[in-house]
Design a protein around this ligand. Structure first.
Ligand SMILES: Nc1ncnc2c1ncn2[C@@H]1O[C@H](COP(=O)(O)OP(=O)(O)OP(=O)(O)O)[C@@H](O)[C@H]1O
Length: 185
């Protein structure tokens, strides 16, 4: 049996990891939180030449998508914590994940609040969230959305968990695949 994938998409500092951590507390059964950040942290910390960096990053993201697909294909339920700031990332995931098993979640947060969090955490480059802001939700289709501007990660997680047993079909991934002309499963 294919595992379910709760796919949290939002800008940096929108609160994805915080919601994911709460989801693992409230969801039944074993779930795995697979943040894209973890895959960047796995890479050797040695500095990479600027001319090689884009290729290295691209391979990291492609590997991350395949690792998530592999965990789900083995029957594991997975919470994905990712930033769909480039079109190819979503296209790649649409090819790889079983679309009926994906719950695509838009994690929203006002730009003002995202920038405030970015400044206060201090471990993200200034302006990162603003650069991603217009792009991450460009595909415009979700199964469910949450707004962390004024809602706590725990309340967002409870809302997503409550949605899970009642999710309608076709899923957002099924609709996006049809629009993108990705072959049927
Ligand atoms: N609902 C919330 N209300 C207030 N602060 C929050 C909320 N959600 C997250 N934060 C704070 O915002 C910061 C970023 O949160 P988090 O790491 O969850 O975001 P993220 O989207 O996973 O970011 P990144 O993609 O950069 O890893 C943290 O300091 C966190 O404590």
């Amino acid at each position: 049996m294919h595992g379910r994938i709760i796919f949290l998409n939002g800008t940096s500092s929108s609160g994805k990891s915080s919601v994911a951590r709460e989801l693992l507390r409230v969801l039944d059964g074993p779930w795995f939180h697979m943040p894209v950040d973890a895959f960047h942290r796995m890479r050797t910390s040695r500095e990479i030449d600027a001319d090689r960096l884009p290729d290295v990053l691209h391979r990291t993201w492609r590997g991350y998508h395949r690792a998530v697909a592999g965990m789900a294909a083995a029957g594991n339920d997975v919470v994905v914590d990712h930033v769909l700031s480039e079109e190819w990332r979503l296209a790649d995931c649409l090819e790889l994940f079983d679309p009926r098993e994906v719950v695509l979640v838009g994690v929203r947060c006002s730009l003002e609040e995202t920038e405030r969090r970015e400044r206060s955490r201090g471990d993200r480059p200034a302006g990162l969230a603003a650069r991603q802001y217009a792009r991450v939700h460009a595909h415009g289709v979700y199964d469910v959305e949450c707004d962390t501007t004024t809602t706590s990660p725990a309340d967002c997680a409870r809302a997503i968990a409550a949605f899970l047993p009642h999710r309608p079909f076709p899923t957002a991934f099924e609709r996006l695949r049809a629009t993108a002309g990705v072959g049927g499963r």
